[in-house]
Design a binder for this molecule. Structure first.
Ligand code: SAH
Length: 517
């Protein structure tokens, strides 16, 4: 066996060139280690395998160069020498390099050729372990891979041995007698060979088998069979890699469905259309429920073109009795501006605060401000109604978007109030959706489109047109639904509480069977 150059010889302090070999885990972006995410967040160059979920790249800096090493149908596969050369060259020029690999870098990861090349070139490396596919199967497909009664050992086995390997070939006799669980990697296309080899050496054809494909991804698939039927099953289902195959009595101990696939929105693809920096709540709720969430903002929020009117109002806040917010953007933009021009919360003095709904009230709370009024129904008419009884002679300042409805100002004036409006942020339509998202929608691969405001409704219809009919629309409120309907699109569900949580509940309700009459 050829020896590697010793790592210590290369580890002298002046040599800052370094490559991090990082395990990305099996797919779920949450399964990378903290150390792995930390390395990614510092990397200038990330070379990642096709097995790596691109969603993990969100831990990288926006300026990092990201290179997929191919493996997908339409991509060029980069030769190993080329990968090595890229890593060495980048590290030598002082760039921080992450080589990101699916699962754990050292489990069937062909890491040795890369570390060898790095050491030979005098480049240091560190390895950050990852959750290997076999362990993900235990957690995400619910199959215990060891069990006190049934399995005291686990073997990770490759279904794809290189013909020219230096060591001895796999000993199927020993594997057939192995007293525990066998887990095959890279075994999809070779299922007939390895399953027959095991049976020929005496392993029972009745041994329970589980096949788990794309474990921990939002489209994880798994099925059960036996060692005798696994090759036919894989063929009949036209199953494609990556999948691991678990063989052993422990398979029989797993529940029919794992916690992962049993989540209510598992395998449901949902499009979120809010501006990116406001999408997080909705994305998190849906993701936790198992959905595969895509984000395509329909509108963008930006500062007003001119702050003069806002600044004037901020310098004269004592002239008002009420400050009214109709969105969390309004809260953020106005209060940040107050800081920017040298003021702080004390300027709000005795002003009373109104928020159109709980989201807006939450935004206020983040600045340690409590809304004095939140209407029971979260829309402008209801807000005007709850303010109207005491509005006579009161002075209102409304912090609003560049476009929006006039109803609040009109109703308050009708109730005898003085109303000034200031535009604290601009809302503009996003011109074009990302092509992959437009494609996914047009080809029916998106199940739900969420629409969380009138402005978004208009923009979504303009952006996607007839493709929208391929998905079900979830609308946040009757006002939003009204806009959609006028444009010819009938929402499939509408929230009964006009909040993000309400919208998620509406989607969930839709899944439940209708009440028996
Ligand atoms: N280093 C990786 C394995 C790379 S070899 C790891 O530690 O997981 C590639 C094989 O890994 C695939 O053919 C498949 O057998 C397995 N694999 C990787 N990710 C997988 C996943 N999410 N679900 C099922 N199998 C996976």
């Amino acid at each position: 066996m050829s020896r590697l150059p010793t790592a210590t010889a290369m580890n002298h302090p002046q040599n800052s060139a370094i490559v991090y070999l990082v395990g990305a885990g099996p797919g779920d972006p949450g399964l990378i280690t903290i150390r792995g995410a930390e390395c990614l967040s510092r990397a200038d160059l990330v070379l990642y395998d096709y097995l790596v979920n691109p969603a993990i790249l969100r831990y990288a800096r926006p300026t990092a160069e990201l290179i997929c090493l191919g493996g997908h149908r339409f991509q060029r596969v980069m030769a190993q020498e080329e990968i090595n050369a890229r890593m060495v060259e980048a590290a030598r020029t002082g760039r921080s390099v992450v080589r990101l690999k699916g699962g754990d870098p050292d489990v069937f990861g062909r890491t040795a050729t890369e570390t060898h090349a790095l050491l030979a070139a005098g480049i240091r490396y560190e390895t950050v372990p990852g959750v290997t596919a076999a362990l993900a199967v235990a957690g995400y497909a619910g199959i215990p891979i060891t069990h006190a009664d049934y399995s005291s050992a686990v073997a990770l086995v490759t279904g794809h041995e290189r013909q020219d390997k230096k060591g001895p070939p796999l000993d199927y006799e020993a594997l057939a007698e192995f007293p525990g669980t066998l887990i095959f990697y890279m075994g999809v296309t070779t299922a007939r060979q390895w399953s027959e080899a095991l049976i020929r050496r005496g392993k029972s054809a009745e041994t329970p088998v589980a096949v788990v494909r794309r474990c921990s991804w939002t489209d994880q698939q798994d099925f059960r069979c036996t060692l005798g039927t696994v090759a036919d099953e894989i063929f009949a289902r036209k199953l494609r890699p990556p999948a691991v195959i678990v063989i052993g009595e422990v398979v029989g101990l797993a529940a029919e469905q794992s916690w992962f696939t049993a989540r209510p929105l598992f395998a449901t693809r949902v499009l979120v259309t809010r501006p990116r920096d406001q999408a997080e709540n909705l994305v998190t709720s849906l993701t936790e429920l198992g959905a595969d969430v895509l984000v395509q903002p329909a509108i963008e929020i930006s500062p007003p073109t001119d702050w003069a009117a806002v600044d004037r109002a901020l310098l004269g806040l004592e002239h008002y009795d009420w400050l009214v917010f109709s969105s969390s953007n309004g809260v953020r933009m106005l209060l940040e501006r107050l800081m920017q021009i040298g003021g702080d919360l004390r300027r709000l003095g005795k002003l009373k605060l109104a928020a159109i709904g709980p989201g807006t009230a939450d935004a206020l709370r983040r600045y340690c401000l409590r809304a004095d009024i939140i209407p029971s129904e979260y829309r402008a008419e209801a807000l005007a109604e709850s303010l109207a009884p005491d509005a006579q002679g009161q002075r209102f300042l409304l912090a609003r978007a560049s476009r929006g409805r006039e109803v609040l100002a009109e109703d308050l004036r009708a109730a005898g109030a003085t109303v000034d409006q200031i535009v604290v942020y601009r809302s503009s339509d996003v011109d074009h959706p990302e092509p992959q998202i437009a494609d996914a929608l047009a080809s029916g691969r998106i199940h739900w489109v969420t629409v969380t405001s009138s402005a978004i409704a208009t923009s979504v219809v303009r952006m996607f047109g007839a493709s929208l009919r391929k998905a079900r629309i979830a609308s946040i409120s009757p006002i939003t639904s009204g806009v959609l309907r006028r444009l010819g699109f009938v929402p499939a569900v509408e929230a009964t509480r006009y909040t993000i949580d309400g919208l998620v509940e509406a989607i969930l309700r839709d899944r439940e069977p209708p009440d028996a009459a």
